[in-house]
Design a binder for this molecule. Structure first.
Ligand code: KG4
Ligand code: ZN
Length: 340
């Protein structure tokens, strides 16, 4: 039987709605919030206000683009967490309202599971490559850096996680001290293409097991800037591309190091990446090269599924719907929904 799911994502600063029929994406509309750029980061109060303004037109557009009437929706999937509570609340409340109005089930989704399950979406004209179970997912976003063992769409286990900053956070914070606009990740990616990745050496963590750490890298980046700017006030401007290339190279090396270890430990060789930082060209190239060397099958998400989107929420919702995992009307948003 065909299942048509409306997905809603509002965990951070993108308001998104998508319509999915089984695995096939019929529409995926994202309203990004420009309001945060001038503050150099997401301001939670402004984010929830913008979600309130965006949510109705975004859902309307998603239904129209899909050519689907509200009466054809079988269930509504929404992000319950993790994320900003005020932002999540807008999506959760909207989902509840629609669930009551149309008398259809509510399906809550963990945002992080959504990122991982984006690898199972197909496009109307094209089947995309899907990993086989079990696979390892490197989930890298602004708030999370995790290695996840995925045994089925509903069974996932975090086997490595950052003990301090996330990879995206490392990019964003280092970009900020160089005076680059928010979010810094994509800007660093672009500038890095012109620079020498070996120009500077920054600290790499030495921690046991599969966990990550990026705070040492951030501190050593900061000290390098401080010392060199003291000698030459134009240092950042003159060496921006080399700084970006060296920073990106270090982040990618740190990420791959533990991923290789995780693959060796588990014997799993289907490796996927997901989350905002999976758009990074250094990481994408690095993982493909490593995969060739080690006999992995590597799965890179389409760019439109790397950053926050409702398509992945609808996809995860579809799996929960099939398993009969529905939510009640008293479900509340959760800022921290750490365990998968
Ligand atoms: O998954 P996402 O959209 O939101 C969270 O759930 O955090 O990820 C946003 C993060 C930001 O830190 C942003 O700088 C980073 O993804 N990012 C990138 C790139 N595109 C987005 N980082 C490095 N290179 C990129 N091309
Ligand atoms: Zn995300």
């Amino acid at each position: 039987m065909d299942i048509t799911i409306l997905g809603i994502e509002s965990s951070c600063d993108d308001t998104s709605a998508a319509v999915l029929r089984n695995n096939v994406l019929l529409s995926n509309v994202i309203a990004s919030q420009a309001v945060h750029v001038k503050y150099g980061g997401v301001i939670p109060e402004l984010a929830s206000r913008a979600h309130q303004q965006n949510i109705v037109p975004v859902v309307d557009t998603a239904l129209r683009e899909a050519g689907v009437a509200a009466s054809e929706i079988d269930a509504i999937a929404f992000t319950r967490g993790p994320g900003l509570v005020g932002s999540l609340l807008v999506g959760v409340s909207f989902a509840k309202g629609l669930s009551i109005a149309r008398n259809i089930p509510l399906v809550e989704v963990n945002h992080l599971q959504g990122h991982i399950l984006s690898h199972f979406i197909d496009l109307p004209d094209r089947r995309l490559p899907h990993p086989d179970f079990p696979f390892l997912a490197l989930l890298v976003s602004g708030g999370h850096t995790q290695i996840v063992r995925v045994d089925s769409p509903l069974e996932m286990e975090i086997i490595g996680t950052t003990i301090d900053d996330a990879a995206g956070e490392a990019f964003d914070k280092c970009a900020k001290v160089m005076g680059l606009p928010y979010p810094g990740g994509p800007v660093i990616d672009r500038l890095a293409k012109e620079g020498d990745p070996e120009a500077f050496r920054f600290a790499r963590p030495r921690i046991e097991g599969l966990d990550y750490s990026f705070s040492g890298l951030k501190t050593s980046f900061l000290y390098t800037l401080r010392d060199r700017v003291a000698e030459n006030p134009d240092f950042i401007e003159q060496r921006k591309a080399d700084l970006c290339a060296s920073l990106q190279h270090t982040v990618v090396t740190i990420l791959l190091d533990k991923l290789v270890k995780a693959s060796k430990q588990t014997g799993i060789r289907d490796i996927a990446i997901a989350g905002g930082v999976s758009a990074n060209s250094g990481l994408r190239d690095g993982i493909v090269a490593e995969g060739r060397k080690r006999g992995w099958r590597t799965f890179l998400p389409e760019f439109k599924f790397t950053t926050d989107n409702a398509a992945m929420i609808a996809m995860a919702g579809c799996h929960r719907y099939r398993a009969g995992q529905f939510s009640s009307l008293d479900v509340a948003p959760e800022a921290r929904l750490g365990e998968l």
